[in-house]
Ligand binder design. Structure first.
Ligand SMILES: Nc1nc2c(c(=O)[nH]1)N[C@@H](CN(C=O)c1ccc(C(=O)N[C@@H](CCC(=O)O)C(=O)O)cc1)CN2
Length: 297
């Protein structure tokens, strides 16, 4: 029987733990604060940001939201970040990606104070992650680790294939799986658009993490029998539904379910975990900024 990995349920557990930490911090006079910055007209980005604000409210994190016109000069975003860096009530800052083409993403990510970089994308935090001394693990890969742990998926010595080499998911995911320690020690292969013999690599993978952003890129027939499949893709595909689209993963769910030992659905798999780990990073940031250690791991 294929196990369906329930991201909503694991995320709810994380939110409960986060809420308890928020209470501890609040008792000590610190209310964790998260600033979300949206500079985009992309409906998916708008949805994610409003979900993040709702999550904050649920666990008692103060949320500050800044919206910047997508056509505004890039300087407006940079100055907003400077203002948020200076605010004592803001412990975490997240600029929703992607930003418009005229904005330099690298400048944005470097401008956020590393101690408030709850995405873990600042070069200082990337370096710390790679060195095995993470301050903030990027939310999606950290969420995937939590799912693997919650469902007792053995990573030690497993052959893991990460599809995609993005800075948000692929690269940090591979790093985490490689590292010594819990939910690590995997033999990890990162595959991308120039990879040769992708079929061969997938056919022997015990764990497949798909993060390419292409609907149903992986067919079930490509998988090893019993593999664990973590689908990071959340693609909006035109459909005759109320919203005019449906959400489809990077893995063809029905065919993959036939073959996988465990699989995440889309929606309800990795997405809720991305949001839950953002809350966790925010309480961790608030703890670090007030000399109180918060550790969920
Ligand atoms: N600054 C960042 N920008 C982006 C990140 C990120 O980690 N930091 N990741 C992605 C998207 N993302 C986070 O913002 C994200 C994607 C999906 C979900 C989610 O909850 N998905 C739900 C379905 C939601 C829907 O109905 O559309 C699910 O999968 O069940 C949360 C966050 C890009 N940008």
């Amino acid at each position: 029987m294929t196990e369906i990995i329930d991201g909503e349920a694991v995320a709810a557990d994380v939110r409960d733990e986060v809420a308890a930490h928020v209470e501890t911090l609040s008792d000590a006079g610190v209310t964790p604060g998260l600033a979300t910055v949206l500079m985009s007209d992309d409906p998916a980005s708008e949805t994610y940001v409003s979900m993040k604000q709702r999550d904050c409210e649920e666990v008692g994190i103060e949320s500050v939201h800044v919206e910047i016109d997508a056509d505004a000069p890039a300087e407006e975003l940079y100055e907003t970040i400077d203002d948020l860096n200076a605010r004592e009530d803001v412990h975490g800052i997240l600029v929703q990606l992607p930003v418009p083409d005229h904005v330099d993403k690298r400048t944005v990510l470097r401008r956020i104070a590393p101690e408030k970089d709850v995405d873990g994308f600042h070069p200082e935090n990337v370096g710390r992650l790679v060195a095995g001394d993470a301050r903030f693990k990027p939310c999606t890969p950290h969420g995937v680790q939590k799912l693997l742990d919650a469902y007792d998926v053995e990573t030690e010595g497993a052959d893991a294939v990460v599809l995609g080499r993005s800075d948000i998911v692929g690269k940090p995911m591979a790093n985490l799986l490689l590292q010594k320690g819990p939910v690590g020690n995997a033999t990890t292969t990162v595959c991308h658009s120039r990879t040769e013999d992708l079929e061969g690599k997938l056919a022997t993978a015990d764990i497949v993490i798909a993060a390419v952003g292409v609907p149903e890129f992986v067919d079930g027939s490509a998988l090893k029998e019993g593999a664990t499949v973590i689908d990071v893709g959340i693609n909006r595909v035109d459909a005759d539904t109320e919203k005019g689209y449906e959400l489809v993963g990077d893995v063809a769910y029905e065919s993959a379910k036939e073959r996988a030992g465990a699989i995440t659905p889309v929606p309800g798999g990795v997405g809720p975990m991305t949001r839950a780990m953002l809350l966790y990073n925010t309480v961790k940031a608030a703890g670090l900024q007030s000399d109180m250690s918060i550790d969920l791991d």
